[in-house]
Write a protein that binds this ligand. Structure first.
Ligand SMILES: [Zn+2]
Ligand SMILES: [Zn+2]
Ligand SMILES: [Zn+2]
Ligand SMILES: [Zn+2]
Ligand SMILES: [Zn+2]
Ligand SMILES: [Zn+2]
Ligand SMILES: [Zn+2]
Length: 421
């Protein structure tokens, strides 16, 4: 009866995976016969070659106590196994070339396909604009040219799910860390419609085509956009409509009807787009009167202007955009009547003031002026009396350094203004 022979196995240079107890039993069955060729009292580690799986080291733990020769009934006892520290999450790509390297990343397409999908630092690809790691086999390709992708597009359509290469990368103008594909960039940062302008068209033209009620929508940079101030100039007034250069130039050639149509349709478009904050209503008739003075150089009665709104209303169909405009016009009908009533009261006051103005001119001996000035309008809120003065008499009317109008204003207790056109 022989004692067992204690041994230690060194598997650090053995590359075949050892996963179960069965793997170890099979391995031992394979190497045990070769131990009979070894000197039992060898103190150094004995290396047994295993072909492309590397080598196994065997060390006798007490060579001095071993028999002179192993016999068929010699029993061995494995007291320990030296192994490489086990890598739980090994890079798939490295493993195909026999190396075991820790892979801290996971490739989603691999994992979705049932593979571990682990990726090491050397084999991982993480594109700009996203944190999805990809293995070499699943590194995304550019949507456009099939080249190696370098970023995920931040655009609305791509939503960081489409990858693009550097050749097809457009950077955010204010934030170089954000990148877009060409279509998404054009969508997010449309160019100004003005030829050769390199700026971004942040604004859209509000002009509305009368025939189909579609807006022009041309994209314009802040520099090339015209603001048509139909809501007044005050610090609390809403910002005016945006016009592209061609539609801004067209404004002066619009008929009365078309001009009122633009005011209504532009305001409706504003409401539709819901520009933040207060609801956008049509301008008061008194403002419309000013718009007409500025654009068409004609000062119209408010009742004439109100009739123009009714004309536009009658030209509209009962569906779609037309119905929307009709509703806007109808919704302000009461206010237009009120505007006219208040306006007529003011003009009554204005005509009385004007009568006194003529009297002051006569008393001052300015007979020709007194005969030729005409009443224009009176604004009660700003206490402004507007008059028409023939151009050849304007200098005399204003007086040296404005002394003439100043005196008239003091006499009447209002500010006297002359219509510029
Ligand atoms: Zn790797
Ligand atoms: Zn993969
Ligand atoms: Zn590309
Ligand atoms: Zn995109
Ligand atoms: Zn048009
Ligand atoms: Zn521009
Ligand atoms: Zn336009």
């Amino acid at each position: 009866m022989t004692d067992t022979v204690p041994v230690m196995l060194d598997l650090r240079d053995f590359t075949a995976p050892m996963k179960t107890a069965g793997d170890y039993i099979a391995l031992w069955a394979e190497i045990e016969p070769t131990l009979f060729t070894v000197d039992p009292q060898e103190e150094r580690v004995v290396h047994l070659g295993c072909g492309d799986r590397g080598t196994i080291g065997v060390r006798f733990l007490s060579p001095g106590h071993n028999p002179r020769a192993f016999r068929l009934d010699t029993r061995f006892a494995v007291h320990g196994v030296l192994e490489k520290p086990q890598v739980l999450y090994a890079c798939d790509t490295c493993q195909t070339s026999g190396a075991t390297v820790y892979g801290p990343f996971t490739c989603k397409p691999c994992a979705d396909g049932g593979k571990p999908g682990r990726i090491c630092d050397d084999h991982v690809t993480i594109l700009d604009g996203g944190f999805h790691a990809r293995c070499p086999a699943h590194t995304p390709r550019c949507q456009e040219c099939g080249g190696r992708a370098s970023f995920w597009c931040e655009g609305r359509k791509c939503a960081r799910k489409q990858a693009w290469c550097d050749r097809h990368r457009r950077r955010h103008p204010g934030d170089a860390a954000m990148s877009y594909c060409p279509p998404c960039y054009a969508d997010r940062f449309p160019g100004c419609a003005v030829r050769n302008c390199q700026k971004i068209g942040h604004l859209r033209c509000d002009h509305v085509h009368e025939r189909n009620k579609e807006d022009c929508g041309r994209r314009i940079c802040a520099h090339h956009a015209e603001r048509w101030q139909i809501y007044g100039f005050g610090p609390r007034s809403r910002r005016g409509l945006v016009l592209c250069p061609p539609h801004s130039a067209d404004l002066r050639s619009l008929s009365r009807h078309s001009l009122v149509f633009q005011i209504i349709a532009g305001t409706a478009a504003r409401r539709r787009r819901g520009s933040r904050g207060q609801a956008t209503g049509l301008p008061h008739l008194s403002s419309v009167r000013h718009i007409f003075i500025n654009v068409r150089e004609e000062a119209l009665d408010l009742s004439v202007l109100s009739n123009l709104f009714d004309d536009v209303r009658r030209s509209l169909a009962s569906h779609g955009r037309d119905a929307e405009l009709a509703k806007l016009i109808d919704g302000a009908a009461d206010r237009r009547r009120q505007d006219i009533r208040r306006w007529e009261e003011q003009q009554k006051t204005g005509r009385e003031l004007f009568g006194r103005l003529v009297q002051v001119l006569r008393n001052d001996g300015k007979k020709e002026l007194a005969a030729k000035v005409r009443f224009s309008s009176f604004q009660a809120a700003s206490k402004k009396l507007f008059v028409h003065v023939p151009p050849e008499l304007l200098g005399r009317f204003i007086g040296t350094k404005g002394a003439g109008v100043k005196r008239l204003g003091e006499q009447l207790g209002v500010s006297v203004e002359w219509e510029k056109r």
